[in-house]
Design a protein around this ligand. Sequence first.
Ligand SMILES: NC(=O)c1ccc[n+]([C@@H]2O[C@H](COP(=O)([O-])OP(=O)(O)OC[C@H]3O[C@@H](n4cnc5c(N)ncnc54)[C@H](OP(=O)(O)O)[C@@H]3O)[C@@H](O)[C@H]2O)c1
Length: 339
Amino acid sequence: MPRPTVNKQWLLAARPHGMLSEASWQLREAPVPQLAPGEALVETLYLSCDPTQRGWMEDRPSYMPPVGLGEVMRAVSVGRVVESRAPSLEVGDLVEGMAGWQQYSVVTGGGPFGAAKVPAGTDPQQLMSVLGLTGLTAYFGLLDLGAPKAGETVVVSGAAGATGSIAGQIARIAGCKVIGIAGGPDKCAWLTGEARFDAAIDYKHEDVRARLRALAPHGVDVYFDNVGGDILDAVLEQIRMKARVVLCGGISAYNEIEPPPGPRNLMNLVIQRARMEGFIVIDYAARFGEARDALKRWVDAGEIVYGVDVVQGIERAPEALLRLFYGKNLGKQLVRVAE
Ligand SMILES: NC(=O)c1ccc[n+]([C@@H]2O[C@H](COP(=O)([O-])OP(=O)(O)OC[C@H]3O[C@@H](n4cnc5c(N)ncnc54)[C@H](OP(=O)(O)O)[C@@H]3O)[C@@H](O)[C@H]2O)c1
């Protein structure tokens, strides 16, 4: 195959203000770089779409530095080595890393996101979803922080998304009663059907507080929160003694200009002697292997199902990311850049 010459890239052109829009990025065609000794050229196969990318675009302190204006938009990726001067990487190797929104990237094969080699035969879609950062987030957030016990009631918001759908199914495997909260009847039907949640609440059309009271009359033991805002408040109202509230994310506020006022029901943590704790999945990097083994076992045994929502083409990366904030994705949102 002739060496590729053109590298389509999306650059961060303007920082978002309020609701994210495609105006934040600019598409350009750059030359495919030549390699120095120790480097390899990776063709991007899939890009992961993650709500946290909205945060990376802001110029404010976070768990990672912001993406600079004029830089390639940061994104988690899986790709294939197409040329190599790196001793640890061979042409054809599958690697996971942080290529960003571009067709080709230069890597060295080292560091936490420096393109780690993945075993041959790995399914790239599975690697980017249930075995990827969102599956790992569900695993550690639910099991380490939520510490569910058989017979307990677990509530998950953002339940039909990449993280929530896996968190809820792990809770079911742990022997819990699982209630998912998601937007729309189709997502709720998927949760109680394919994903075998015990119940689902459509927050766009139902009264979350009333439905929770009916479905969890004795209260909620574990709440895995992906959305924050009013849904967090509704669940806090109904936590049980010694409940664990896992703060995974708060997507309902990611496009707000000012942070919304805090939950009104925090005093319930005092009354119920409950715990609320946040986490970032990368802190668990040393244990990713353990989690991936368990998740793979559950997938192979049919205990966990996972949705993958694929948008085709690097040109559509912005549109794909926006789908998360409009709730258009079922399961993991990906961009397929190359076959
Ligand atoms: N702590 C960590 O290390 C870590 C790691 C990964 C992800 N996260 C967090 O986990 C959460 C889920 O991420 P994901 O990648 O799995 O995304 P996802 O759940 O696959 O997609 C986002 C979903 O959020 C829901 N949503 C969007 N706007 C909303 C709103 N205003 N109110 C309520 N729900 C809304 C939509 O579902 P509906 O149709 O149901 O509204 C959408 O499908 C995010 O908060 C993310 O930041 C945290």
